[in-house]
Design a protein around this ligand. Structure first.
Ligand code: SAH
Ligand code: SF4
Ligand code: F3S
Length: 482
């Protein structure tokens, strides 16, 4: 079992994480850093991912690194030589799940003393979390954050051979690391990071601290990645960033923008382009135009609104109003006919009154969202909103969430019904959860379709006649081979 701190002991600092510097981020190549081959040969890893698509993409990188070192995947805890939890800090319940899981996994440290237990991702970026881990979970061998995944080989080597505990979290992002190995989870759909970090500082949110300053990948690197994905047979890419519409804002060259990136991708042979997440404040007409122009830009936009009340939006530091959001939606709908719009909403923000909440319900009614992730506000350590006086009772918060979800669920159903008895092109994802005779996949509008079919269609785009519309999915029948 690892005992002491050795070479690595570097805790996060909130003060440093808050800092923003204007200099452009340097790019480095991963290859120079991987010098410890084969340390995983004959060993197995188990990786658990929490949180957003950004974390899913990071996990695919960790898988790539682990497999480059010789580790093989396993889903059996008792078989694993290293267990990594790639964590999320966005709400308290996300964190509680991880602490619960660590408590449960402790047993394996007793039965298998050489097991390495690692906590990675957004939680270690927080001072309070690392302090709690060091105090209450001393059996965790490796703690690292979102900025230093590329150092995983040396961390594992140190813990494995040196038997030293590794705690290394950088609060200031160093550089963009290109060419890290990846083991992607899906054969036809790929995540493509276009930028990292967030400079929005919404008052409720930890992400600007856990992910650092906004920094964009070079357009050439993104296009090269998509190009090789096309060659490998991928059908769909989802461009990832906390605020994709800010892509290029940190670059000196003003020609580099999200719209310019989409324009370049519109001309490639990739069949489907999606992106997440958009911020209403930076979603411009040029972006709308380019989505409307190219057939491979999917007609689904996830545009988090958070609240329909101007006073709550102001307290959240969202920098737009209900009216400006509605105007943007109108422009999107006018230019991209039939577009599906989904959103994120927080209820029970500390200052939210019943009247504010009714503004949110009214906005939901006006936009006619076809889906939403809805949350009760969760105070996060060191964020401005955590200090706002919260006068709303828990039962009131729950009741607002219930009232909101009733309207949102009606939107899901309506969003499915409009495709009844139409032909939809479905990218077949895999088998449905319920049966190995039923395939599952997504339409351009991102609607889930279940249909009878054979597994050899997985990864293909097939025409499907929609025969039934449910609240959560569509049913259909394949009407020909691709
Ligand atoms: N960058 C994206 C997503 C951020 S996290 C965006 O700006 O939309 C995903 C969602 O989690 C947010 O949109 C928000 O609705 C929710 N969220 C973030 N912090 C939260 C908090 N402290 N309490 C409750 N929900 C929160
Ligand atoms: Fe958080 Fe706001 Fe940034 Fe989204 S835009 S990650 S909600 S600070
Ligand atoms: Fe969670 Fe970090 Fe994503 S806090 S939502 S995993 S950026």
């Amino acid at each position: 079992m690892t005992k002491d701190y050795g070479r690595y002991f570097n805790r996060p600092s909130h003060k440093k994480a808050r800092k923003r510097v204007s200099k452009e981020t340097a790019h480095i190549d991963f290859d120079k850093h991987i010098n410890i081959k084969n340390i995983g040969v004959g060993k197995h890893y188990l990786l658990q991912t929490y949180g957003c698509q950004g974390n899913e993409a990071d996990s695919e990188t960790m898988q790539g690194i682990l497999e480059a070192l010789g580790f093989k995947p396993t889903d059996k805890e008792e078989k694993a030589d290293i267990i990594i939890l790639n964590t999320c800090a966005i709400r308290e319940n996300a964190e509680n799940r991880v602490f619960g899981e660590l408590g449960r996994l402790k047993q394996y440290k007793t039965t298998k003393p050489d097991l390495l237990l690692a906590v990675a991702g957004c939680m270690p970026q927080e001072e309070s979390v690392v302090n709690r881990l060091l105090e209450k979970y001393p059996y965790v061998d490796l703690i690292f954050g979102t900025h230093n995944i590329y150092k995983l080989p040396e961390y594992i080597e140190t813990a494995l051979h040196g038997k030293e505990r590794v705690v290394e979290v950088f609060s200031e992002e160093g550089q963009i690391v290109e060419n890290m190995p990846k083991r992607r989870d899906h054969p036809a759909k790929a995540w493509v990071n276009i930028m990292f970090g967030c400079d929005e500082f919404c008052t409720y949110c930890v992400v600007p601290y856990t992910r650092g300053k906004e920094r964009s990948r070079a357009m050439g690197d993104i296009l090269a990645e998509v190009d090789s994905l096309i060659k490998e047979g991928y059908q769909e890419v989802t461009l990832l960033g906390q605020n994709v519409n800010a892509y290029g804002r940190d670059k000196a060259d003003s020609n580099i923008s999200f719209a310019a990136l989409l324009e370049a991708l519109g001309k490639t042979a990739i069949n489907r382009v999606r992106f997440t997440t958009s911020h209403p404040n930076d979603f411009d007409q040029a972006t709308i135009d380019v989505i409307a122009k190219y057939d491979n830009m999917m007609p689904h936009i996830h545009l988090p609104v958070q609240s329909g009340s101007d006073s709550v939006l102001k307290k959240m530091n969202r920098k737009y109003t209900k009216a400006s959001y509605l105007a943007l939606i109108e422009a999107i709908k006018a230019n991209i006919p039939g577009v599906s719009i989904t959103t994120d909403i927080i209820v029970g923000f500390p200052t939210e009154t019943e009247a504010d909440f009714l503004e949110t319900l009214d906005l939901v009614e006006q936009v006619d969202f076809e889906g939403a992730f809805t949350f009760v506000f969760s105070p996060r350590a060191n964020t401005p909103a955590a200090k706002y006086e919260d006068k709303i009772s828990l039962s009131e918060k729950k009741s607002r969430l219930k009232r909101l979800n009733e309207r949102i669920n009606a939107g899901y159903k309506k969003g499915h019904e409009r495709f009844y008895q139409t032909t939809q092109y479905v990218l077949v994802d895999g088998l449905s959860k319920k049966s190995d005779k039923i395939l599952a996949g997504y339409t351009p509008h991102n609607k889930l379709v279940n249909m009878p079919g054979e597994a050899d269609l997985i990864g293909k785009i097939v025409p499907v006649n929609i025969t039934e519309a449910k609240t959560w999915f569509l049913k259909g029948e394949i009407i020909g081979k691709p």
